[in-house]
Design a protein around this ligand. Structure first.
Ligand code: SAH
Length: 251
């Protein structure tokens, strides 16, 4: 059996209980060594085989899984954050399906959630934005035409950019030409929830400068939008004059 497990954003105690249980029972762990905190391997059994997928190809990963499966071993494929975001899991799942190897997916706390926690922010503020755009700038990996930062910026929604910390000059230009005023608040969150986490408050116009000043060019999220500003409306949900299924309005 194979389990794709979300490791969470970094802090070892931000893996789910289910993920931890799976790690504790694994015979083989293949972890994404570029981002998964190696401290999580501390949950593994002493005799667990451990592979770092950062130095492996897709074929090599599949080979390790197949041979473990032949020996009836339990395999954990450990991905950073939640596997469904930039995890390259679909291609692995399809290869396993093709050779009739069963798998399950255990979700994880994505780094965009950890970043909000570190910022003590709420992405969906009434009157400001009710939408979060999770995206990336086009770099060595292209992005489909209709999803350019410029086009997405037109919504002026809350936006979180993954995998873009080394592309901030162009990203900043695209965000501004797309619709966010240059002074829109932004934050660069480096290694959210890790011991060496760094939070850099900035603006859309100053993204590249702020990243350079703080030597950040990877393992960071760029959060953009007025949800990082001062103004918003109070929620209806907890408003005294608003009735809900659970509470009458107090006039
Ligand atoms: N599946 C992961 C994302 C993998 S893509 C998730 O759900 O979080 C890798 C990118 O995620 C990094 O380049 C960085 O942009 C972001 N990232 C992952 N962990 C991070 C962390 N702890 N702090 C900030 N950014 C992080």
């Amino acid at each position: 059996m194979v389990y794709f497990v979300g490791a969470g954003p970094g802090a070892p105690d931000l893996i789910t209980l289910r993920g931890k249980n799976l790690l504790e029972n694994a015979d083989v762990i293949i972890y994404a060594g570029s981002l998964v905190n190696p401290a999580l391997l501390g949950f593994a059994k002493a005799n667990c085989e451990v592979y770092n997928s950062a130095v492996m190809t897709l074929d090599e990963v599949i080979e390790v899984i197949k041979s473990a499966e032949n020996s009836l071993k339990t395999v954990i494929r450990l991905h950073t954050g939640d596997p469904s975001l930039y995890g390259a899991v679909r291609e692995q799942m399809d290869r396993l399906t093709a050779v009739n190897i069963e798998f399950e997916v255990c979700p994880g706390v994505s780094s965009f959630c950890a970043a909000a926690a570190s910022l003590k922010a709420e992405y969906t503020l009434p009157g400001i934005s009710q939408t979060v755009i999770l995206t990336r700038a086009a770099g060595r990996t292209p992005v489909p035409d209709g999803e350019s930062i410029r086009l997405l910026a037109a919504h002026k929604a809350s936006m979180v950019l993954f995998l873009s910390a080394n592309l901030l000059e162009k990203t900043s230009e695209d965000l501004i030409s797309g619709g966010y005023p240059g002074e829109t608040p932004a934050a660069i969150v480096y290694k959210a929830s890790w011991q060496d986490e760094k939070i850099v408050p900035t603006t859309v116009a100053e993204l590249a400068k702020s990243a350079a000043e703080n030597n950040i060019n990877k393992t960071a999220l760029v959060c953009v939008g007025n949800f990082l500003g001062e103004n918003y409306n109070l929620s209806k949900l907890y408003s005294a004059d608003f009735a809900t299924l659970y509470r009458e309005a107090k006039l």
